[in-house]
Design a protein around this ligand. Structure first.
Ligand code: GDP
Length: 191
């Protein structure tokens, strides 16, 4: 997609704060530090739209971005950061689950995993939860520049098996831009 306009819409923690449902939404989820902000920034070709390397502990928000007035990107707070205070961890589940369960205009969830690591218990829990609610999910293995081409392919097969996926996860690197077109293609593919 040719990116013409990218605008921050608003942040919210609960449905009363979400923007009015109008455009289709694509939500991005993954553990903290996995490279979620870097993926979003690479997709929209902005350096600092989504903030990279969030400080753990600050109030976590769902951030909505308008892309070309065609769709919204929804940046969900990252999970699984060991140093996040308990109170913030407790907020994460209901905040994200409510959005994922109730949002009618949500068309696709992009679940981001580090190519070098097996999916965590939280990644698996989120996946079964998305399956349960019948949410279309796209799996992206990021930081592929950290591995050789052969190793990347091997990890791609391993994660496909571990998660019992129909399609292979997409290989991506925010550093080299590899895989960016494939992610866009998958986002724009009709459901
Ligand atoms: P977030 O917490 O999931 O939003 O993760 P960030 O996008 O802030 O990335 C966390 C760290 O990983 C940062 O230091 C990034 O520079 C680095 N990172 C993110 N994506 C990539 C990638 O594709 N390749 C490499 N080598 N580093 C990456």
């Amino acid at each position: 997609m040719k990116i013409v306009t990218v605008d921050f819409v608003k942040s919210a923690t609960s449905p009363s704060g979400y923007p009015r449902e109008s455009l289709p939404e694509v939500a991005f989820a993954g553990r903290s530090n996995v490279g979620k902000s870097s993926l979003i920034n690479a997709l929209v070709q902005r350096k600092r739209l989504a903030r990279t390397s969030n400080t753990p502990g600050r109030t976590q928000l769902i951030n909505f971005f308008n892309i070309n007035d065609e769709l919204l990107f929804v940046d969900l707070p990252g999970y699984g950061f060991a140093r996040v205070p308990e109170a913030v961890k407790r907020e994460w589940g209901p905040m994200v689950e409510t959005y994922l369960r109730e949002r009618d205009c949500l068309k696709l969830v992009v679940l981001i995993l580090d190519i070098r690591r097996d999916p965590s218990a939280e990644d698996l829990a989120l996946k079964s939860w998305l399956d349960f609610y019948g949410r279309r999910t796209l799996f992206v293995l990021t930081k592929m520049d950290k591995l050789s081409r052969g190793e990347s392919k091997k990890r791609q097969r391993a994660v496909k098996e571990l998660l019992n996926l129909d399609a292979a996860p997409i290989l991506f690197s925010a550093k080299t831009g590899l895989g960016r077109d494939s992610v866009w293609e998958a986002i724009q593919r009709p459901a």
